[in-house]
Design a protein around this ligand. Structure first.
Ligand code: SF4
Length: 374
């Protein structure tokens, strides 16, 4: 494991007040940023807390018992989240992803899912609502989430081997309980289910084929396994390039065990490159932010737990919407502020990283992933 964990200055306070433009920006659904990218996907972090301490996201050395998580009063309420989400939907968002930290730690999350499920696009369509979880509470919550309107779920699972899994979550949590959570989600009718494995060379890369085999045999074609390249998110995980196993290598190992065929993208802005098992055993995906940046059609915005808008996973500063929400601003003004922030967006960190110029700009430190959601 990387030893060089960097102490964390509280970056959460660094945010500009969201600016309301002099001329209102109407919510037409036709918004695009500086690179011509539309706004289609909103990731909503509902808590900065997690019951895991994965070293690539919340290393225990930093997020220890003295770490001050956000007080309840500073979190957006479910009503505030729903109000903001409705303004993003008016601007063209069709997909909402609930994240964290670990979103299932937020009490009564079903009530938020129910509120969000009632939203409709300007054309009257239902939204695609999903959630990313570490699966620890899924067995208990799957039915209630499904009944509240959740359609599908993504579960993070970095190893099949129990000892490796426990070491990677760093809280000694057993893998069997996460697998049982996936069983419960399938039984509750959440579909499709995706499993995300972050691959770190020298830590869990030898788990690629065993996990793929287990997912094929235990869950079948209805569960999609995706492999994520280890990323330099935030400022605390001690990221090193030589611990990245490129997706091309992951794919080669998998192909040697189970022949693969390439699939076309299923939607614009998709993060995963899609492949399938030639024998009909289902689909797999590769999310390659380091070796194959996908900033070109990135249509994702992120809302932090306390109402800050971030325009990139690797952002250094946000736009504070909560002060508008709690300061009496109208929906039109808040929608205009969202519109202005998006119109001015030119983020493409992964592309710049690839060309070796990523940190050329501000030199500011990147916000932590557990705070804005993966
Ligand atoms: S690096 Fe930023 S702009 Fe590029 S794909 Fe990721 S979130 Fe989008």
């Amino acid at each position: 494991m990387g030893e060089s964990v960097i102490p964390l200055a509280d970056l959460r306070t660094l945010a500009r007040p969201a600016r309301i433009p002099a001329q209102p920006i109407p919510a037409t659904g036709l918004l695009s940023d500086q690179l011509g990218r539309p706004l289609r996907d909103l990731r909503i972090s509902v808590t900065d807390r997690c019951n895991f301490r994965c070293s690539y996201c919340m290393p225990k050395e930093v997020f220890d018992r003295d770490y001050r998580f956000l007080p309840q009063s500073s979190l957006l309420s479910f009503e505030e989240i729903t109000r903001v989400a409705s303004l993003f939907v008016a601007h063209g968002v069709t997909k909402l992803r609930l994240t964290g930290g670990e979103p299932l730690l937020r009490k009564g999350l079903e009530a938020l899912v129910q509120q969000l499920s009632a939203l409709r696009t300007p054309a009257g369509d239902a939204l695609d609502i999903t959630l990313t979880t570490n699966g620890t509470l899924l067995a208990r919550k799957a039915v209630a989430l499904r009944e509240a309107g959740l359609k599908r779920v993504t579960v993070s699972l970095d190893a099949l081997d129990d000892a490796i899994f426990r070491r990677m979550n760093d809280v000694d949590f057993p893998v069997a309980d996460v697998l049982a959570g996936i069983d419960a989600a399938l039984a509750a009718g959440l579909a499709p289910i995706k499993i995300n494995m972050v691959v770190k060379r020298g830590t869990n890369d030898h788990e690629i084929v065993p996990l793929a085999r287990h997912v094929r045999e235990r869950f079948g074609p209805g569960v999609v396994l995706r492999f994520i390249e280890y990323m330099d998110v935030g400022a605390t995980n001690g990221w090193r390039l030589d611990e990245v196993l490129p997706s091309a290598e992951v794919r080669a190992r998998l192909h040697a065990a189970f022949a693969l065929e390439k699939l076309p993208p299923s939607a614009a802005g998709e993060t995963a490159e899609r492949w399938r098992y030639a024998d009909g055993g289902g689909e797999v995906g590769f999310i390659s932010s380091v070796t194959q940046a996908f900033c070109g059609d990135c249509n994702r915005a992120r809302l932090s737990t306390e109402g800050k808008l971030f325009l990139c996973l690797f952002a250094t500063r946000g736009h504070d919407l909560r002060s508008l929400l709690r300061g009496g601003a109208s929906d039109e003004d808040i929608a205009s502020a969202i519109g202005l922030a998006w119109q001015e967006r030119d983020d493409r960190y992964s592309e710049l990283r690839g060309s070796g110029t990523a940190d050329a700009g501000s030199g500011e430190r990147r916000i932590e992933m557990h705070y804005i959601g993966g």
